[in-house]
Design a protein around this ligand. Sequence first.
Ligand SMILES: NC(=O)c1ccc[n+]([C@@H]2O[C@H](COP(=O)([O-])OP(=O)(O)OC[C@H]3O[C@@H](n4cnc5c(N)ncnc54)[C@H](OP(=O)(O)O)[C@@H]3O)[C@@H](O)[C@H]2O)c1
Length: 201
Amino acid sequence: MRRRTADQGCQVPGERRYTSRRFATERPVKLSVFAGTSLDGFIARRKGEYDFLPAGGGEPHGYDEFMASVDTILIGRNTYEVVLKLPGWPYAGKRVVVLSHRPLDLSRAPGPAEQMSGEPSPIASQLAATGAKHVYVDGGITVQQFLRAGLIHHITITRVPVLIGDGIPLFGSLPHDVKLRHLGTRQYKSGLVTSEYEVVP
Ligand SMILES: NC(=O)c1ccc[n+]([C@@H]2O[C@H](COP(=O)([O-])OP(=O)(O)OC[C@H]3O[C@@H](n4cnc5c(N)ncnc54)[C@H](OP(=O)(O)O)[C@@H]3O)[C@@H](O)[C@H]2O)c1
């Protein structure tokens, strides 16, 4: 899948346009989650280690295609700190927005990055107003916050066949149920199982 042109927005045949009453602008923007978890739902161990996930992402399971479809990465500070320790900058060519309530030294990032802070809804509005079409939301606390605010449209989870018992969860408490439409599940020889869901508005 190639990056879509601006006037195609995020829409593909059969898919709705992601305008939302919650956004101050009428610009379409889609917010997606793409995460790898243990079977019991953890994205990392308590201290941040992710040794239980296959090295290098493991067997190809759609990450490259997903990344090609996003223009903006929205990550929490904890994820940013982990990414800084990687040998390369995995977000080359993307707009990167790091969330933190405290001043960040963004000059440590090997690529351009900006900081935002505040409630999810104004952040989503600001991203939409400044041209974001498809945003990759990443980091446990960050994903949970945007889900609670009803701002996530699409979720792809790849489950790794391991139980780790404790760790940083992808999902957390919610003020109400979030209904999902199952779009499909792919299974891979290595044991990875990737499921895609659309959040029912
Ligand atoms: N398996 C996977 O697919 C996957 C994906 C991503 C990350 N991870 C792992 O998950 C761990 C990080 O996740 P996490 O749940 O600890 O945290 P996170 O979401 O990456 O970061 C949380 C931090 O982001 C800041 N933040 C979040 N929302 C904000 C907002 N609206 N306004 C201002 N600041 C905001 C706060 O930082 P301040 O305290 O500075 O205010 C908060 O403490 C890492 O170990 C990473 O490796 C795994």
